[in-house]
Write a protein that binds this ligand. Structure first.
Ligand code: MEV
Length: 345
């Protein structure tokens, strides 16, 4: 069986603005991952199973099923992409596809992007091919456009890397050095949110009030650039202030909601350096930045404020060292021991 994985992400600055050309900063969350396995079908039928949904879904059975987006992805890869790698088949062969995921669905943590990345990697692995990361990123992003309608590619960029990334649509991601370790608390509100719907609502509002919305996006882009710098320099207080300011702008944009506001306030009152919603908003998750000594009390405050789950993610320079692509990018360049932020090609 070919098996491939990808992981979750949180956005530390710039969601929504990134869809309109501004930069954003995302932090891959490597402790929450998904796994897609692909094997030749034993019964001649292409089918999909996932631990999140009961039952087995058959390809071509006309009704929509929760994994239809994977069916579309595989059909497209067989038709348009695999032939370029020498895999020429009369039609898609019968396969059994299984998905296991720890990433909450509809929670703004990049679940669908991670599944698309893992499925793309897995299908290529099934044919003994390992395309470069940039190619996996391109394919999964194209497929994500089908899922979300409009997508910046930020979630996919975070799903294929382990270092934090500064990302602008159309450019290769820039991996950020981590100047000082920090902890993130990711709290799930329990309110499900559809990225596609929130992105569409923002699009509609921008049509009505272009100057106001572009003004907010410009400020968010500026925050993302400054946050990237603060992460590289290890300036945790500045990072926290920028996250708090980004949350105010997201509230002005109209994508926060009472549950997220309550969690953000609880984290700030418990001593978080910064806190904001993450992802499309209107539900899903929020993220707080904390010094290690306060992680326990902030976690407790979030649970008391109604979080259904709190995931603590410790980030340190080791995360950068583990990023294969970053290591490639660092070769032939900077002096060792000096934080720098190479571009990921
Ligand atoms: C969703 O995780 C982030 C958004 O900015 C959409 C996108 O970047 O495609 C809301």
């Amino acid at each position: 069986m070919a098996i491939a994985t990808a992981h979750a992400k949180v956005i530390l600055a710039g969601e929504h603005a990134v869809v309109y050309g501004q930069p954003a900063v995302a932090m891959p969350v490597c402790t929450l991952s998904c796994e897609v396995g692909i094997v030749d079908s034993p019964d001649g039928l292409t089918s999909f199973v996932a631990d999140a949904y009961p039952g087995r879904f058959l390809a071509g059975a006309h009704e929509e099923h929760p994994l239809s987006f994977l069916e579309e992805l595989l059909g497209w890869l067989f038709r348009d992409e695999l032939p370029r790698w020498g895999v020429e088949l009369a039609g898609p062969p019968p396969l059994s596809i299984s998905v296991r995921s720890e990433i909450p669905i509809g929670a703004g943590m990049g679940s669908s992007a991670a599944i698309l990345v893992a499925a793309t990697r897995s299908l290529f692995a099934h044919y003994g091919i390992t395309p470069p990361t940039s190619e996996i990123q391109r394919l999964a992003h194209a497929a994500e456009m089908g899922v979300h309608g409009r997508s910046s590619g930020l979630d996919v960029a975070a799903a294929v890397h382990s270092a934090p990334v500064l990302f602008t649509t159309g450019d290769p991601a820039t991996a950020l050095a981590i100047g000082a370790p920090f902890d993130l608390l990711i709290a799930r509100s329990g309110v499900q949110s559809l990225t596609r719907k929130v992105v569409l609502d923002v699009l509609e509002r921008r049509k009505r009030e272009p100057a106001v919305i572009d003004g907010l996006f410009g400020q968010m882009g500026d925050i993302a650039r400054r946050l990237a710098e603060a992460i590289s320099q290890g300036e945790l207080s500045a990072m926290g202030r920028l996250m708090n300011r980004n949350q105010e702008l997201l509230t002005d944009l109209g994508v926060s909601c009472p549950d997220l506001d309550r969690l953000v306030a609880a984290a700030q009152e418990a001593g978080a350096l910064g806190a904001k919603l993450t992802g499309a908003g209107r539900g899903g998750c929020m993220v707080a930045l904390a010094e290690p000594v306060l992680v326990g009390s902030i976690r407790q405050a979030l649970l008391e404020a109604g979080a259904v789950e709190v995931h603590v993610y410790h980030v340190d320079p080791g995360a950068v060292a583990e990023d294969v692509d970053l290591k490639l990018a660092m070769r032939g360049g900077g002096r060792s021991g000096q934080p720098r932020s190479p571009r990921i090609e």
